[in-house]
Design a protein around this ligand. Structure first.
Ligand code: NAD
Length: 466
């Protein structure tokens, strides 16, 4: 089929694009529900029309197989559009304000969901369709004009996303800007009504600082360093299978994968055996040749992971092989002896699984707090009282009990970080809310003037009458 090479948008064109979209927003074209629904439906069919190209692009960029790409990228986006279209009329309705005293209710307090204006969506490479189209769908649904900046690190998907948008959506309202640092920096020089960013915390900091200069609100979906915790009472076979899945999907390039596992030392040997069994059952003919195991996105990321692995003082228990030419890293389980190991201090964002033995749950909670008080995800395995204790005593953006990142696979469940793993949330209704302004409105009837007389000066003697 052949996907053309990615062309970066000329930097000098960027102010003109931003101006075009802002001018359109000011005409109110994007406000009516019929316009929003028509755009969303066109987007749906455009994704469908480009399905084969999206599959090919996912394969080229991430070595991702058809099953995974269909499920987590394409179906995710189309199902999201269908869901949003079904719910949009309900979400857009004015809400009666709650808890209003009778006297105030006479002015009909209500909340209107206004679009924010002209917004910018910056995507990441690891789920390049889902993480870019997802917020973009929210922006359209909420009545904004929007620019999409796909990740240049998934260049084939970026090209297809541009075709999808440009062949379907109204160009006066929606645009794709392609590029890397120079182009994104130019975008950040423009005034936006919201910036929605998915990516690393270091770049998130750049975005937030730049946005602060113009008091632009941001939603930041940032990085992980997420702990899994396994107590001696956990179902060890189940923990091994589920955590292996959590680190082999997209070759571990998942922001909500467990970055490290704190495991009761008593059950460590049996856990490692169960991991070996699980690996064999997932990839009966070997991992490297399996169509179900992806590759690291590019040489830069592969080299970073290799350095991280080499710097670790951990003992390799399973795996450890790598192949630079193929950008392959074998799922690798290591036993490390400190939270200061490179595999715990850094977010690996790859199929590396450090296990740190602990004496008990209190020890695990203490260490997890020290590593990162506000990770993006948290994965406790154990009895209900144990997992309840973990949820109570450790903070995180989201959590899956007795599982790897299931909370992040529910398309209609709000998703976001806390502290330095992110701010704001999206998905399902949260995507609509994320790009809407909840505008409080009252309407005061003329007949109330007599009642309102009390608020006008002179006030002498009025206090006693209230
Ligand atoms: P990244 O930060 O390198 O890039 C993300 C986006 O930022 C890209 O579109 C890129 O062009 C842009 N960018 C890069 N450098 C920039 C700069 N100096 N100025 C302005 N823009 C710049 O992130 P990535 O490598 O694509 O993704 C990996 C990171 O993202 C990991 O930390 C991962 O945990 C995180 N992530 C988080 C989520 C989430 O939902 N919380 C999802 C996926 C990935």
């Amino acid at each position: 089929m052949g996907i053309p090479a990615l062309d970066y948008t000329p930097v000098d064109d960027i102010p003109t694009i931003a101006k075009r979209l802002r001018t359109t927003f000011n005409t109110h074209k994007t406000r009516p529900i019929d316009f929003r629904l028509a755009q969303l439906r066109k987007l749906y069919w455009s994704v469908k029309d480009h399905e084969a190209e999206l599959l090919e692009a996912n394969k080229l960029d991430l070595g991702r197989g058809t099953f995974e790409a269909s499920l987590v990228e394409i179906d995710w986006a189309t199902n999201d559009i269908v869901f949003v279209c079904k719910k949009l009329a309900k979400w857009m309705k004015d809400e009666k304000a709650p808890d209003i005293p009778f006297a105030n209710s006479l002015v009909s307090p209500r909340i209107r969901k206004d679009p924010l204006g002209c917004v910018l969506v910056i995507g990441a490479y690891n789920f390049p369709v889902n993480l870019t189209l997802g917020p973009f769908i929210g922006a359209i649904a909420a009545g904004n004009t929007a620019v999409m900046k796909p990740s240049e690190n998934a260049p084939n998907v970026a090209v297809v996303l541009q075709k999808i948008v440009e062949s379907a959506l109204d160009p006066s309202c929606f645009a794709v800007v392609q590029g890397a640092v120079a182009e994104t920096s130019k975008l950040l020089d423009e005034k936006w009504d919201k910036i929605f960013y998915t990516g690393s915390a270091s770049v998130g900091t750049i975005i937030a600082k730049k946005a602060a200069e113009t008091l632009t609100p941001v939603t930041l979906e940032l990085g992980g360093r997420n702990p899994a915790i396994i107590t001696k009472n956990a179902d060890i076979r189940l923990a091994a299978r589920r955590l292996l899945w959590g680190k082999t999907l997209n070759a571990g390039q998942v922001c909500i994968s467990q970055n490290y596992t704190l495991i009761d030392r008593e059950v460590l040997p049996v856990f490692v055996e169960e991991m070996k069994t699980a690996l064999k059952s997932f990839y009966p003919n070997g991992v490297k040749t399996s169509p179900d195991f992806g590759r690291i996105v590019n040489n830069k990321q592969w080299t970073r992971l290799k350095k991280l692995l080499d710097a670790s003082k951990g003992q390799i228990l399973i795996g450890g092989s790598t192949d630079e030419k193929e950008l392959y890293i074998e799922p690798t389980v290591l036993q490390v002896d400190s939270i200061h190991d490179s595999l715990i201090t850094e977010e690996s964002f790859g199929p590396l699984m450090p296990l740190l033995p602990v004496t008990d749950l209190s020890h695990a909670i203490r260490l997890a707090t020290e590593v990162h008080p506000t990770p993006l995800g948290l994965y406790p395995f154990g009895t209900k009282p144990e997992t309840d204790r973990v949820l109570r005593e450790l903070r995180s953006g989201g959590a899956s009990v007795n599982d790897a990142f299931t909370h992040g696979t529910i398309p209609t469940l709000a998703f976001g970080g806390v502290g330095d793993s992110g701010q704001g949330a999206y998905r399902g209704k949260a995507s609509f809310d994320c790009f809407s302004h909840r505008r409080s409105i009252t309407s005061t009837p003329g007949w109330m003037e007599r009642l309102l007389d009390v608020r006008y000066p002179p006030y002498e003697g009025k206090l006693a009458k209230l």
